[in-house]
Design a protein around this ligand. Structure first.
Ligand SMILES: C[S@@+](CC[C@H](N)C(=O)[O-])C[C@H]1O[C@@H](n2cnc3c(N)ncnc32)[C@H](O)[C@@H]1O
Length: 180
């Protein structure tokens, strides 16, 4: 992992970079690393998509909690991208456990590098990885390059309470509801 990826991963996990090597151990009991998996599944369930050829991109997929459940619940093809080798090992294990390894591909790469190339996924998910892609506007712009026309962008993030200011590393992109 290069320095830039390392910084981004550390930010997304809200730890100092020197602690990164310990994160797989510290997070060993968790599968989902921050995203609201059930809500994402509920939302996807409302989309007018048939399972035949739906392709999903899960950016910053971590241990694949979202990717594997989507493949398992809907039969969609999922590509998960993450820079943490150890997390991806768990993602592969889980996809086998759920018998969807044929539907899941996990790529070890910085998501910014992956996104240099345009793609045309039906659904692109950015779940609980913070402001890696910049401001809200930049984030949407970049995600648009990965989704087909008429496809769906799903962001799992938070709003600030009205009037609240959050001076916390990794949360610089957060806006209140009105500004977003
Ligand atoms: C808080 S975790 C969320 C993981 C997953 N979306 C979930 O909810 O289970 C953030 C993930 O984003 C990954 N990440 C952060 N920045 C990244 C980058 N620039 N390229 C690839 N992965 C990144 C981290 O390695 C980590 O797995």
């Amino acid at each position: 992992m290069n320095d830039k990826s390392q910084k981004s991963v550390a930010n997304s996990l809200e730890v100092e970079e020197h602690l990164l090597q310990h994160m797989p151990y510290l997070l060993q009991d968790l599968w989902a690393l921050g995203s609201s998996v059930d809500q994402i599944l509920d939302l996807i369930g409302t989309l007018p998509l048939s399972s035949d050829s739906v392709k999903v991109l899960d950016l910053g997929c971590g241990k694949g909690a979202v990717s594997v459940k989507i493949a398992s619940n809907f039969g969609f093809d999922v590509v998960g991208v993450d820079a943490m080798t150890e997390f991806l090992k768990d993602a592969y294990k889980k996809s086998s456990e759920y018998q969807v390894s044929n539907l899941c591909a996990f790529i070890e790469q910085d998501i910014l590098t992956y996104m240099i190339e345009k793609h045309s996924f039906d659904i692109v998910i950015l779940a609980s990885i913070g402001g890696v892609l910049g401001s809200n506007e930049d984030t949407i712009k970049k995600l648009r390059t990965q989704v087909r026309s008429g496809g769906y962008i799903l962001i799992d993030d938070g709003y600030l309470k009205r009037g609240e200011v959050l001076r916390r590393k990794g949360y610089e992109h957060c806006r209140n509801y009105k500004k977003t």
